[in-house]
Design a protein around this ligand. Structure first.
Ligand code: SAM
Length: 174
């Protein structure tokens, strides 16, 4: 299984903990093991702790580490740095290469991305060459990079588990 860690760049202008929470939830559900958020409130971590307790797994949210240090440490431990940007190379062209990587740091931007990030990255990757959202870009990139394997993942030590159902809601206690 791949080891994928996510970094969300950016200091906030306005409070956007909802977007940050969505980035965390998408990262967790789609196979990443941790996310670094440069700037977020503690309640984002608390929400994810609660999600882990209920639905399982040990996804980690790490707050307040400056991006340069996160990228430096990732490279030191052999992670490739994959930066999602609409200016990068089309994901459908680079996916075969990305699928061959065992360890990576997947970087998404916020309101403003420092120019340096484009040079620090091993890959600058576009999910279409149109502007949209870091949440959407992250979800599609995680899916493409793992070739759909992330959809089959199970989460250990959950309190609740969904029994997939064509109609209604079926949930069992573990
Ligand atoms: C709302 S956008 C703002 C981008 C910002 N204008 C910049 O300096 O690039 C926030 C983030 O979403 C991601 N994103 C948005 N559109 C994308 C696309 N087409 N391909 C890949 N990533 C994208 C990128 O990570 C980007 O930094």
């Amino acid at each position: 299984m791949k080891s994928i860690v996510v970094l969300r760049l950016g200091q906030r202008y306005v409070r956007d903990d909802r977007t940050l929470t969505h980035l965390c939830l998408v990262s967790r559900a789609l196979g990443a093991e941790a996310i670094y958020l440069e700037d977020a409130e503690k309640d984002v971590t608390e929400t994810l702790d609660q999600v882990n307790r209920t639905w399982g797994g040990d996804f980690r949210v790490i707050l307040g580490e400056p991006w340069r240090g996160v990228i430096r440490a990732a490279k030191k431990e052999g992670r490739s740095v994959v930066h999602l940007t609409m200016y990068g190379m089309p994901i459908q062209d680079v996916a075969p290469q990305l699928r061959g990587l065992d360890k990576m740091l997947l970087v998404v931007g916020g309101p403003k991305v420092p120019g340096r990030v484009y040079h620090e990255a091993d890959f600058n990757v576009a999910v279409t060459s149109q502007p949209h959202s870091e949440v959407a870009a992250l979800a599609i990139a995680l899916h493409e990079i793992q070739n759909g394997e992330e959809l089959k993942r199970t989460f250990q030590k959950s309190k609740l588990r969904i029994l997939p159902s064509p109609r209604g809601k079926r949930v069992v206690e573990d």
